[in-house]
Design a binder for this molecule. Structure first.
Ligand code: ATP
Length: 302
């Protein structure tokens, strides 16, 4: 019996001649949050639909909680799965509370927990208002509440933070942290890599249906080995030709920049200290997630 909540091996999905997912292996442990990153059409939604059992793989195997995701046993597991689709269709004439009650009945969950769930996603105040009058962020929060019904073991979120304001995004990642702490597995797809920092255990980068990177943020940083930039501001008039090693690029009268690898950073700073030039400031720019993401996608283009 597998210890993974989700296990994909050699999964390929073709839509006619279009290969949407190409030979993916992916294991998700209990309590793990994994982000699926990739450009439009990379195969993220298809992968999520395969895990949900909404579509079958053309080849390979998708196991959800130890059962074939598209098999009959999976139907019995529906209550253990929470799904937030990319586009949320909610009935405009129902109130928030009625909408959640509707989904709770579908999932055969007691209605007694609904008020707490609406409070958890921050829409208690609007629970009695019709969804037609909700903002995009409120609709997304309500859709999140339906995904959380029944404390699922596996949560699949398709671009959950698109269109959310920063406060709603923070709330979302707070809920993700609670889910992880309770042993649930969270898989979320996103274009917004920069907001993931610290919120996920792993990032899987997809390109044209294939996995091109898979690891923790620090592992991906290590593999990408992008240069960091050290920017130095010297006291006015302190610089003279030859005062700094050639590797330092002059930015303006007082500022200089060095691109170096992470492991050479400390030596570079010590070297500057040893020269003894009067410094006003020193800044270190580490590559952003978006820089790293661009690096992985570019690397595959070669
Ligand atoms: N039902 C379908 N029929 C035919 N082709 C499809 C179908 N669904 C997806 N595709 C194709 O499969 C590929 C992967 O699509 P998918 O929706 O999984 O990508 P995605 O990474 O979720 O993209 P986005 O970020 O735009 O949502 C695309 O080329 C898409 O056109």
């Amino acid at each position: 019996m597998t210890t993974f909540h989700v296990a994909l091996s050699g999964v390929t999905k073709d839509y006619g001649k279009q290969r949407a997912v190409d030979g993916i292996d992916l294991n998700l442990r209990p309590g793990e949050c994994v982000a699926l990153a990739g450009h439009n059409g990379a195969g993220k939604s298809t992968l999520i639909k395969l895990i949900l059992g909404l579509i079958r793989p053309s080849s390979g195997q998708v196991l959800l909680l130890g059962h074939e995701a598209s098999g009959s046993a999976a139907v019995r597991m529906r209550n253990d799965i929470g799904y937030l689709p990319e586009t949320v269709a909610l009935h405009p004439s129902l109130t928030g509370a009625e909408t959640l009650a509707f989904y709770a009945r579908l999932k055969r969950q007691p209605l007694a927990n609904n008020a707490a769930l609406l409070a958890r996603v921050g829409i208690s105040q609007a629970a009695k208002r019709r969804v037609g009058g909700y903002s995009k962020g409120m609709r997304q929060r309500l859709a999140l509440a339906q995904a959380l019904l029944g404390a699922p073991k596996v949560l699949l979120f398709d671009e959950p933070t698109t269109g959310l304001d920063p406060a709603s995004r923070l709330l979302f990642y707070e809920i993700v942290r609670e889910l992880r702490n309770n042993g649930s597995t969270v898989l979320l797809s996103t274009h917004a890599l920069a907001e993931l920092d610290g919120h996920t255990d792993r990032i899987v980068v997809l390109k044209n249906g294939s996995k091109i990177a898979d690891g923790s943020m620090s592992q991906l940083r290590h593999v990408a080995d992008l240069p960091i930039r050290i920017r130095l501001r010297l006291a006015a008039g302190a610089w003279a030709p030859g005062a700094l090693p050639d590797a330092w690029r002059r930015v303006d009268e007082t500022q200089f920049e060095l691109a170096c690898s992470e492991r050479d950073k400390v030596a570079a700073i010590r070297g500057i200290g040893a020269i003894g030039l009067p410094m006003d400031d020193i800044e270190i720019h580490t590559p952003s997630l978006d820089d790293m993401y661009a690096h992985f996608l570019r690397r595959e283009d070669v």
